[in-house]
Ligand binder design. Structure first.
Ligand code: BGC
Length: 714
């Protein structure tokens, strides 16, 4: 599309204050339709005659900005009048917010500019374009400060009436792309549950649920009072407000009141929080004055899980909330501290669960394009995408997101376009490994995160005991295998990679005849590396038993551990681990009041103390990957590689009498699939509903059925 727009910015430095750009224009004749195209360096809010042009918030979203910047297209016909005023307020957003510990360089010095145009189509067939150009004006907005990590300041009493001419500047227009991701929206509102005064005397509002987004409040004021709101995820063990784990992110709102009754929420930033501490409120703080607004990408819920166990149901809820809280345009590690980055490792760990819970095809395809864009010439995949950190070298199990994510998106949705598009990136990653390893057919050397946060790490440390070369080589094998599979789907010649895979397996078996940790056992089986998977799975079960029935796995081993156990006859132990309530376990956090998934198994210890504030998020979705075991094994709904996208399905539930029922359902591209088992006095009743032909495996007996509803007994 051809545009006349030019990049414009304020012609004087406004410091922290967010500029508002303005253009007035009149309609000359009756209009048949009108559109606005717009983007910014930062995040923007656009209003036509005072009304937001769309419910898309935090536009233009987050991409690998140096290479790809989305512009949005809005239908604005109904917002136009005879005389029009278009305003665009711009905050620093992801692009220009400094992050204390990394990637700070020059971000705040980037220009705060916008680019776009209004296109008006008149009924008589003529057209008029109002592009951003030197005729636009700028002024100071009421947003006196806005950054992703530090929050927002707003002066409702500020009456800026000085308007000045903008300045034109140049930017690389080749990076402009139409909106690719899902739109980011205000999706849910959560009423405050209670207001409490803490032992320290702080006024704290509890929303009862950790969310990502912002708080809206209503207040009656005389004018000029300053309200300060701080965000936190948990209270400390004495019941006081706590957010030291946000590290350098101030995550704060300052609001100067105008006179009268007013309702406001920030709109150019976001926070991860369950609690807020309120200071300077001009009237007694009441819960009805506060709502939390959950902001996330417009992904459609497709998966549902429920059981007879309230604690397990809370875990499911935490997993869904963990996804909502971290699917704000980019799959992030966490939404609260000075990080909130697209960690590739976390994304690959969670992608399967994510794709069952919600329709994330479009969400991931956009992110994968950013991954490919940020991939080095040599195929190196950054540890975070968009690449904010630049200096951290690629790590095994993180960079493998380049291969695992497209493959999973293909399996879940059945559309091979993602493979076609990502194939060079997928191959690039495995070729990169081949070029940097110090041992052919393995990945040795390099700097890796290892089995991040595993419990076999020395106390207080993050990198688990599993050997890093072992993990790197195992993921290398898996990624090469997936490149072969993907290549075969799209008709690529992958003979070279098939051979490479065989060589890796041989070298791996020679180099690693013995598995030392839970995660090493898990990977050896999961990635087909053990020459005797049954024996290795049995050894894993023994090891877990010897280690007190506790899992010791971190980011790398946890997503697969229950699969490996139940695939090799240890379903009982898989269930045991899932339903365990003592530390360490999924339900331990539930017992401690979690409403999202914690980064650490022991984010809050038995005695109420916290893991070190330097690395302790209460909304990190990674361990929520256990939901894929619940869908696939506990409820038994399995995609078949030969029929991707659930064109056919295998349903092989694994009931466990510690529950009286479990139910899972998924809206697939081919319709709904639901599986429920119930313990009745007479045995186990299976209710299956399938929109596609299914292979039912009940009590070891196989049966092929067409679409329909079935009740069976076991
Ligand atoms: C993030 C993780 C990430 C890790 C890399 C952390 O700071 O929060 O989730 O994967 O760094 O090791």
């Amino acid at each position: 599309m051809e545009f006349q727009a030019q990049w414009i910015q304020a012609e004087r430095e406004l410091g922290d204050v967010c500029p508002v750009f303005r253009r007035d224009f009149a309609l000359r004749k009756p209009v048949s339709s009108a559109k606005l195209y717009l983007t910014a360096l930062g995040v923007y809010e656009a209003r036509m005659n005072g009304t937001r042009v769309s419910d898309y918030v935090l536009a233009p979203g987050w991409t690998a900005y140096e290479k790809r910047l989305q512009y949005q297209e809005y239908e604005i016909t109904s917002l136009l009048q005879k005389e029009n005023e278009l305003t665009v307020t711009v905050g620093r957003g992801w692009m220009r917010s400094p992050m204390g510990w990394g990637g700070k360089e020059g971000r705040t010095a980037l220009p705060c500019g916008i680019w776009g145009e209004v296109r008006i189509f008149y009924e008589d067939g003529t057209k008029e374009i109002v592009p951003t150009d030197a005729s636009w004006l700028f002024g100071e907005s009421r947003v006196r400060f806005s950054e992703i990590y530090d929050g927002e300041s707003y002066d409702a009493a500020f009456e800026g009436n000085e308007w000045n001419r903008v300045r034109i500047f140049s930017w690389n227009n080749e990076i402009l792309i139409p909106q690719e991701g899902e739109e980011i929206r205000e999706q849910e509102r959560i009423a405050a549950r209670s207001v409490q005064v803490t032992p320290k005397g702080e006024t704290v509002v509890d929303f009862g649920q950790e969310v990502t987004g912002y708080v809206e409040f209503t207040v009656e004021a005389k004018g000029q009072e300053t309200i300060r709101i701080c965000h936190g995820e948990v209270l400390d063990k004495d019941g006081n407000f706590y957010n030291e784990n946000y590290r350098d992110a101030k995550a704060e709102i300052r609001y100067i009141c105008k006179k009268g009754r007013q309702t406001w929420h920030p709109f150019l930033t976001f926070f991860g929080f369950r609690y807020i501490k309120v200071e300077g409120f001009p009237e007694p703080v009441r819960p009805e004055q506060f709502q939390a607004i959950a902001v996330y990408s417009d992904i459609r819920r497709t998966g549902f899980l429920s059981s007879s166990s309230p604690k397990l149901n809370q875990l499911f809820s935490n997993i869904f909330w963990g996804q909502k809280g971290n699917f704000l345009d980019v799959p992030t590690d966490c939404p609260q501290r000075d990080e909130r980055l697209g960690w590739t490792g976390d994304a690959q760990v969670f992608v399967k669960t994510a794709s069952y819970n919600y329709d994330v095809e479009r969400f991931f395809r956009k992110w994968l394009r950013d991954l490919a864009a940020d991939q080095g010439e040599d195929g190196a995949v950054p540890v975070v995408v968009p690449d904010y950190l630049k200096t951290i070298p690629p790590s095994a199990a993180w960079g493998d997101a380049a291969v695992i994510c497209p493959w999973q998106i293909y399996l879940t949705y059945g559309n091979d376009d993602v493979l076609r598009e990502q194939f060079p990136s997928m191959k690039g990653w495995v070729d990169y490994i081949g070029s940097v390893t110090t041992t052919p057919y393995l990945w040795t050397g390099g700097v890796h995160f290892g089995d991040w946060l595993a419990l076999d790490a020395p106390p207080g440390e993050c990198e688990g005991a599993s050997r890093k070369d072992f993990i790197a080589s195992a993921f290398y094998a898996n990624s090469v295998l997936l490149v072969c599979r993907a290549g075969r789907v799209i008709g690529e010649d992958v003979r070279e990679y098939e051979k490479l895979h065989e060589q890796i397996v041989t070298a791996f078996r020679e180099t690693y005849p013995v598995y030392e940790t839970q995660t090493e056992h898990v990977l050896a089986v999961q990635f087909g590396l053990s020459p005797n998977p049954q024996e290795t799975a049995d050894a894993l079960a023994d090891l877990i038993q010897r280690e007190g029935g506790q899992l010791k796995t971190g980011f790398v081993g946890t997503p697969y551990i229950l699969h490996v156990l139940s695939d090799f006859g240890h379903s009982d132990m898989a269930w045991e681990l899932l339903l365990r309530e003592e530390y360490p376990s999924w339900l331990y956090a539930v017992r401690k009041g979690a409403t999202t998934i914690w980064e650490h198994w022991d984010g809050i210890r038995e005695d109420g103390s916290f893991w070190d504030k330097m690395m302790n998020s209460y909304n990190h979705y990674a361990y929520g990957a256990v939901a894929d075991w619940v869908y696939e094994k506990a409820a038994g709904i399995q995609a078949l590689e030969e029929a991707p996208g659930f064109a056919k399905v295998r349903i092989a539930p694994i009931p466990d009498s510690r529950l009286s029922y479990l139910e899972a359902s998924m809206e697939t591209r081919h319709g709904k699939i639901r599986s429920k088992w119930t313990y009745t006095g007479d045995g186990v009743r299976y209710e299956i509903e399938t929109a596609v032909p299914a292979e039912l495996v009940i009590d070891g007996k196989k049966e092929l059925v067409g679409s329909g509803r079935y009740t069976l007994w076991g």
